[in-house]
Design a protein around this ligand. Structure first.
Ligand code: IPE
Ligand code: IPE
Ligand code: MG
Length: 246
C-alpha cells in the first residue's frame, strides 16, 4: 500500500452532468434518448473513479429546478433513475461502493424513493468509494435546511449563536461527513454552477469542458484529472509561500 497520499489525485470529484438534451437533438433524437445515453456515461465514470481510487464522487443527476421541465421528461428521468438503481446494485456491492442520496427526496415518486433507500441501505457498509447522487437537489435549499436545523437548537437553548462555526455548519448540511470537492467538472460548456453544492465548492478547482455528457467517458475523465494534477491550490496564499513549504 501507498503510505503517502497522492495530492495530485482529488479525493472528492463532483460532476454537473450536463448536455444530454443537446447531444440528442443534435442527432435528431429525443431528449429522453439523450438521457438514456447519459446513463452509460454515469456507469463508465463511476467504474473509472473506483478504479483510480477516488474516495467520493458526487453526481448532479436532477436539480430542484429540473422539476419545472415538461412532465414527460421528468417522468422519463425518474424511470431512468429507478432502472439505474436496480441494474447497478450488484456492481456497487462487487466494487464496494456506497450510495448516498442528497436532495429533497420527499418530492420523488414513492417507488423511486423506496428503491433509493433500499440501495442506500444495502450499500451502507461499503467502504471503497462513496457515490453521492444529488437528486431533487439545490444548494440554496440545502443551506436553508441547515440554517433551520441550527435555528431550532438555538431556540431550544442548546446552542449559542456564537458557537456556530464553519465545521458545525458543514455538519448540518446533507453532505455532512464528506470532504469538500477538490474538483468540480461541468460538461457541455456552460459557465455556471446551477445551484450545485454552493457551500462546499468554496475552494474547489473548476473544470469546464465543451464535451456533452453522453460523450464524457473514461478518456475525458482522465483528461480532467490530469488538468487537476497541474493546478496549484493556493487557498489565498502566494505561490512563493507554497513553494517554501515543500
Ligand atoms: C443534463 O442534461 C441532465 C439533466 C439536467 C437532468 P440536460 O437535459 O440539461 O441537457 P441540455 O443542457 O438540455 O443539453
Ligand atoms: C444542471 O443542469 C443540473 C443537472 C445537470 C442535473 P441544467 O441543464 O438543469 O442547468 P441550467 O438550467 O442549464 O443552468
Ligand atoms: Mg442542461
Amino acid at each position: 500500500m501507498n503510505a503517502e497520499p497522492d495530492v495530485t489525485l482529488p479525493r472528492h470529484v463532483a460532476v454537473i452532468m450536463d448536455g444530454n438534451g443537446r447531444w440528442a437533438t443534435g442527432r435528431g433524437l429525443t431528449r429522453i434518448q439523450g438521457h438514456r445515453r447519459g446513463k452509460d456515461s454515469v456507469r463508465e465514470i463511476v467504474e473509472t473513479a473506483r478504479e483510480i481510487g477516488i474516495e467520493v464522487l458526487t453526481l448532479y443527476a436532477f436539480s430542484s429546478e429540473n422539476w419545472e421541465r415538461p412532465p414527460r421528461e421528468v417522468d422519463a428521468l425518474m424511470r431512468l433513475l429507478g432502472r439505474y438503481l436496480k441494474t447497478e446494485l450488484k456492481k456497487m456491492m462487487r466494487y464496494e461502493i456506497r450510495l448516498r442520496a442528497i436532495g429533497d427526496l420527499r418530492k420523488l415518486p414513492k417507488e423511486i424513493l423506496a428503491e433509493l433507500r433500499a440501495v442506500e441501505k444495502s450499500t451502507s457498509r461499503n467502504k471503497r468509494m462513496t457515490v453521492q447522487l444529488a437528486v431533487s437537489y439545490g444548494g440554496r435549499q440545502e443551506i436553508i435546511g441547515a440554517v433551520r436545523r441550527l435555528a431550532v437548537r438555538v431556540r431550544d437553548g442548546s446552542l449559542e449563536p456564537a458557537e456556530i462555526d464553519e465545521a458545525m455548519f458543514a455538519d448540518a448540511l446533507m453532505t455532512a461527513g464528506t470532504p469538500d470537492p477538490d474538483l468540480l467538472i461541468r460538461t457541455s460548456g456552460e459557465m455556471r454552477i446551477s445551484n450545485f453544492l454552493l457551500w462546499q465548492i468554496a475552494y474547489t478547482e473548476l473544470y469546464i469542458t465543451d464535451t456533452l455528457w453522453p460523450d464524457f467517458r473514461r478518456q475525458q475523465f482522465i483528461a480532467a484529472l490530469d488538468h487537476y494534477a497541474q493546478r496549484q491550490r493556493r487557498y489565498g496564499k502566494t505561490g512563493e509561500q507554497l513553494a517554501s513549504q515543500v
